[in-house]
Design a protein around this ligand. Structure first.
Ligand code: R5P
Length: 311
């Protein structure tokens, strides 16, 4: 087995390789003067089971292209099996046509990965589980929930908890987390979004008075959804609001929006490499999912059960 990395999240790739007690594959992923990407693998990978770690986060298109070119290089170097390890799958939010004459870009990205030569895909908290169906190759979708639940138990386990979904679409994810927290009660924020990039909280379904609220979502991008939800929950009588989000996209002014929000704390994972601003914010904490991904890789390589990781 070999672990190779693009440039998108080297610290995560190194941590995964460390968990597996393997060195990272010796490869150079660099740019020509005009920004064309060039990949050169400096060791033999013929007949190897290779895992390429590359979340397709900002800059999404560059990171995606790097991943495709790494896969192409591995295929042409006769790797036996290539797994695209994409902890954050960019374009996942474009998983259906929201209106006439619009693309389904998540499907296009799935086609590109397959066409480049990926034999398998490993991702974490895909925006929608159905994205697995966009691939005709095996696709494992890991959940960060066990890592989050352990942290919540350790930090907030002695409080009267309420798990909150920031929108109706996130209820299944929130319910799964609530189950792990000794069946904590569940509440839903009924969010209406007028324009892309803006969010408006309308209503809270459930009584959050006196509760330590745990907001759970897959992505924080502009931060609008979460910060508005936190404000609404505090106004409804919550004692505190902490957010656990798998993918810290944190675009634009998101970090300062979080820092100035009603949130007690934002906890994200290292599926995306954190910016210096995110690392410096005293409201943002990062949990690592390197052991989770490392263990899944070990099991895929050994052909043992991945799903039992979540029992
Ligand atoms: C939407 O369906 C996602 O689950 C997130 O709620 C959304 O992407 C968050 O975006 P933002 O932080 O820009 O409100």
């Amino acid at each position: 087995m070999k672990i190779m990395s693009g440039n998108s999240n080297l610290p995560l790739a190194r941590a995964i390789a460390g968990y597996l007690e393997l060195p990272l594959t010796d490869a150079a992923v660099r740019r020509f003067a005009d920004e064309e990407i060039f990949v050169e693998i400096h060791e033999n990978v013929r007949g190897e089971d290779v895992f390429v770690v590359q979340p397709t986060s900002y800059p999404v298109n560059d990171n995606l292209m790097e991943l495709l070119i790494c896969i192409d290089a591995l295929r042409r170097a006769s790797a036996k099996r290539i797994t695209a390890v994409v902890p954050y799958f960019g374009y996942a939010r474009q998983d259906r046509k929201p209106g006439p004459r619009t693309p389904i870009s998540a499907k296009l990205v799935a086609n590109l990965l397959t066409e480049a030569g990926a034999d398998r895909v490993l991702s974490v908290d895909l925006h929608a589980g159905q994205i697995q169906g966009f691939f005709d190759i095996p696709t494992d979708n890991l959940f960060a929930a066990p890592v989050m639940a352990a942290d919540i138990q350790a930090r907030y386990g002695d409080q009267s908890l309420m798990v909150v979904s920031p929108d109706v679409g996130g209820v299944v994810r929130a319910r799964a987390l609530a189950k792990r927290l000794d069946n904590a009660p569940l509440s839903i924020v009924d969010k209406r979004r007028d324009k892309p990039g803006q969010s408006e909280v309308m209503n809270i379904i459930g009584d959050v008075k006196g509760r330590a609220c745990i907001l759970i979502d897959d992505i924080i991008d502009s931060g609008g959804t979460l910060c508005n939800a936190a404000q609404a929950l505090m106004e409804a009588g919550a004692v505190s609001v902490t957010a656990y989000i798998t993918h810290g996209v944190l675009s634009g002014a998101a970090v300062s929006r979080v820092t100035n929000s009603a949130l007690k704390e934002l906890v994200i994972t290292d599926s995306i490499q954190a910016t210096e601003a995110a690392k410096a914010s005293d409201k943002i904490r990062i949990l690592t999912i390197a052991p989770l991904i490392g263990e899944a890789i070990r099991r895929i390589a050994d052909e043992s059960s991945v799903s039992s990781l979540f029992d």
